[in-house]
Design a protein around this ligand. Structure first.
Ligand code: SAM
Length: 467
């Protein structure tokens, strides 16, 4: 048996020892590294619909309630006292779980979750760990440096997490262990943060528990949800087309959604209707099925500038309009996405995702801006049909400029994806930017076909009027 399988087996034995149930007559934990998917759970036999595949007792979860840390330093998660490292702001769910994970990890063999940590990753494909040159492949996409958030994560860890560990060194480090250097600790904190991002669950409260704060899955102080690590449920890979569901109740359980799960089929969870860019940002992978949820963002500044050009407005008029346009009310970005529908109750994709409108919100804001312009310059377009043509042509130019802003063309991306030697990270970046470009092309086709049908309708109305 290879070492990878041995670690999976030890984990399964530990999982059962803490009260978990696992239908190993039906399922196995498999090495899916050759498919770039780490470990996953695969059916060994036909699985009936609604069959409970495994259950996870609450005590096996890692949360601020199950870890000893909250007993050893009660004040750390107590938002009513001020003793959480001198920082008066309460720790959020994210920061709290990072601290708990660091604490449990640093306990080594004495942590109850040590065999679980052995199946958690120490390397990630999420862009926060990419090199500068790998990140350049994402230029032009939704995944800006700000969204990837390396600096924000560093700042948060350095200001909130590391000082607490320094103050409570004797608790975080077991006797005889030398403390990590600041750099090592920061790297470890990033690792735990990324593990939480890709593996943790929002823990829901079931209906019976909703009146019982103490027993609830959800820590609802100030509307916050409790995050937790759920061993085995997080062994499931996921896709937009999925076949299993995680149920939140007294214990957590995972059940089959379909009746046609055959031997060899991977059991898949669902992370939600995420675009490829977001799947990459949070989980470090991309699938073809998630492209249906792809998005592109249009910046209002670009729309405004293009409108100025189309109407040949002077910079004085534009400056006056900018000062009169209520900045509190206007949106700085608009998201364009397809109507993708929802998966059916068996987790199947049923509808074809298609773009049916660009953005009603953008159109409304465009109209409000035109009203402001008309106040400054009364001869600015008021004819409704011309206004609609203006909107289409401004938008078409903005979208064309956006397409041109990616450093590569669609053809170059398609060509890149045929290259077998392309690294996983670069391949995912190409998939993300190609997905966005395809969406942009669909939107452009929609605008052009609408413009075309408006012209035809306009012409036939004129002909009818003349007849
Ligand atoms: C909750 S874990 C699932 C278990 C994971 N495969 C493992 O080996 O620990 C989520 C991670 O699994 C991987 N993953 C999940 N679904 C995937 C898929 N459909 N294809 C490839 N990788 C996937 C990603 O690395 C993701 O960050």
């Amino acid at each position: 048996m290879n070492a990878f399988q041995a670690v999976s087996d030890q984990f399964l034995a530990w999982f059962k020892s803490v009260g978990g149930t696992f239908r190993d007559d039906l399922l196995e934990i498999k090495d899916l590294r050759s498919q770039g998917a780490g470990r996953g759970i695969v059916a060994k036999k036909n699985i009936p619909k609604d069959c409970v595949l495994f259950t996870i007792p609450r005590a096996a979860l890692i949360t601020i309630e199950t870890s000893d840390l909250s007993q050893r330093i009660p004040s750390i998660f107590d938002n009513t006292t001020q003793d959480n490292g001198g920082d008066l702001e309460p720790l959020d769910a994210w920061t709290s779980l990072i601290l708990v994970m660091l604490y449990e990890y640093l306990q080594g063999k004495t942590s109850r979750w040590e065999p679980y940590f052995s199946v958690l990753p120490d390397r990630f494909e999420t862009p926060i760990f990419w090199t500068k040159s790998e990140l350049e492949e994402l230029n032009g996409t939704c995944l800006t440096a700000e969204k990837i958030g390396h600096k924000e994560s560093d700042d948060m860890l350095i200001s909130k997490v590391l000082p607490l560990i320094q103050i409570h060194k004797s608790i975080f480090y077991p006797k005889g262990c030398s403390p990590l250097s600041d750099e090592e600790l920061l790297n470890l904190a990033h690792r735990m943060g990324s593990t939480i991002m890709a593996y943790a669950f929002d823990l829901e409260r079931d209906d019976q528990q909703s009146d019982d704060e103490e027993d609830g899955w959800v820590e609802d102080r100030e509307g916050r949800t409790m995050l937790g690590m759920v061993p085995m449920a997080d062994m499931l890979n996921a896709n937009a087309d999925f076949n299993a569901h995680v149920n939140h109740g007294d214990n957590l359980s995972v059940s089959a959604l379909r009746s046609d799960i055959e031997p060899g089929t991977e059991i898949l969870n669902y992370y939600g209707p995420l675009p490829a860019s977001e799947l990459l940002r949070r989980y470090g992978y991309v699938t073809t099925e998630h492209h249906r949820y792809d998005v592109v963002e249009i910046s209002w500044i670009d729309v405004q500038a293009e409108l100025g050009k189309c109407l040949n407005l002077s910079s004085a008029v534009l400056a006056q309009a900018a000062s009169q346009f209520d900045s509190d009310e206007y949106e700085s970005h608009f998201v364009i996405e397809r109507d993708a529908g929802s998966p059916d109750e068996e987790g199947r994709i049923v509808e074809q995702a298609k773009i049916s409108e660009v953005s009603l919100e953008l159109e409304e804001q465009f109209d409000s801006y035109l009203k402001v312009l008309r106040k400054i310059q009364p001869n600015t377009l008021s004819d409704k049909r011309k206004r609609s043509q203006l909107f289409d042509s401004v938008l078409e130019n903005v979208l064309l400029a956006k397409l041109a802003s990616y450093p590569t063309s669609v053809e170059e991306d398609e060509q890149a994806l045929t290259q077998a030697h392309l690294s996983t990270r670069r391949r995912m970046a190409v998939q993300v930017r190609l997905g966005e470009k395809r969406l942009l092309e669909e939107v452009l086709a929609l605008i052009r076909s609408k413009a075309c049908s408006k012209t035809i309708t306009g012409e036939s109305t004129q002909k009818r009027a003349r007849a």
